[in-house]
Design a protein around this ligand. Structure first.
Ligand SMILES: Nc1ncnc2c1ncn2[C@@H]1O[C@H](COP(=O)(O)OP(=O)(O)OP(=O)(O)O)[C@@H](O)[C@H]1O
Length: 240
């Protein structure tokens, strides 16, 4: 489904990704973990071309998105992204946040987009908030709207960049529950997270990054109980 080949990313002289090789299979849930500054967000942002790789290639369903001919908007339409700080449109209602791109980019009618938007709000437990503005919602509710908004585009894969890091502790669970139920529908997902419990429980694989390198790629049960490298052992010792 996703293939990442010799991915390098530099910010001027800073080498942030140093040749990442990996892949994500259809329906797989992959947790990307590692120390601060190890390149986790940059890796995720390369997958929907929010960052242009310096070298290497990324393929999604057989199409090389890093090719010069790529239509970036088409890539973004099939790769949903959820950010730490929600990025909702503040002057649109919750429902309008969900219908904007499907109407504009996918050509749905207002009625179709609204029907779909309401179904998705139901799914994330926010049907009654359709006509509210984002400023009236809690952080956890905003993040659930952001997830529903990404799903409204029928993405082939969903990327999450520390989706619970900006939330008050009591709101983390409601967002993780929505992500967990999404994982159970068979959605292909990559999640940069500091929630080790979630990585352990929900992910099929853990990618451990350190210093811009993919140091371990393992099943959570193996990674958390017997990490192979000293770098992973040191990291886990600090956080668990
Ligand atoms: N747009 C940018 N311009 C310059 N440097 C950047 C840019 N984005 C990221 N970096 C640098 O790249 C390195 C990796 O950043 P990245 O955000 O990918 O790390 P991370 O593992 O996600 O860290 P964290 O867990 O703290 O979010 C850091 O040193 C960061 O300062």
């Amino acid at each position: 489904m996703i293939k990442i080949d010799n991915l390098h990313k530099n910010f001027e002289k800073l080498e942030v990704l140093k040749g990442i090789n990996t892949g994500i299979k259809e329906g797989e849930v992959v947790a990307i973990i590692g120390p601060s500054g190890s390149g986790k967000s940059t890796l995720l942002r390369c997958i929907n071309l929010l960052e242009q790789p310096t070298e290497g290639s990324i393929w999604i369903n057989g199409e090389e998105i890093t090719s010069k001919k790529t239509n970036i908007l088409k890539v973004r339409a099939k790769v949903g992204m959820v950010f730490q700080h929600f990025h909702l449109f503040p002057h649109k209602t919750v429902l309008q946040n969900l219908t904007y791109a499907p109407i504009k980019v996918k050509g749905l009618t207002k009625k179709e987009a609204e029907g779909k938007g309401r179904d998705l709000l139901q799914r994330v437990g926010l049907a009654e908030k359709a006509d509210e503005y984002p400023s009236r919602l809690s952080g956890g509710q905003k993040q659930r709207v952001a997830i529903a908004r990404a799903l409204a585009m029928d993405p082939e894969v969903m990327l999450f960049d520390e989706p619970t890091s900006a939330l008050d502790p009591e709101m983390v669970k409601e967002v993780l529950e929505v992500m967990k139920s999404l994982a159970h529908t068979g959605m292909t997902m990559a999640i940069v997270t500091h929630e080790m419990g979630f990585a352990r429980e929900v992910a099929d694989r853990v990618l451990f990054l350190d210093g811009g390198q993919l140091v371990e790629d393992a099943k959570p049960s193996e990674f958390f109980s017997s990490p192979k490298t000293q770098r992973a052992k040191d990291f886990l010792e600090k956080i668990l």
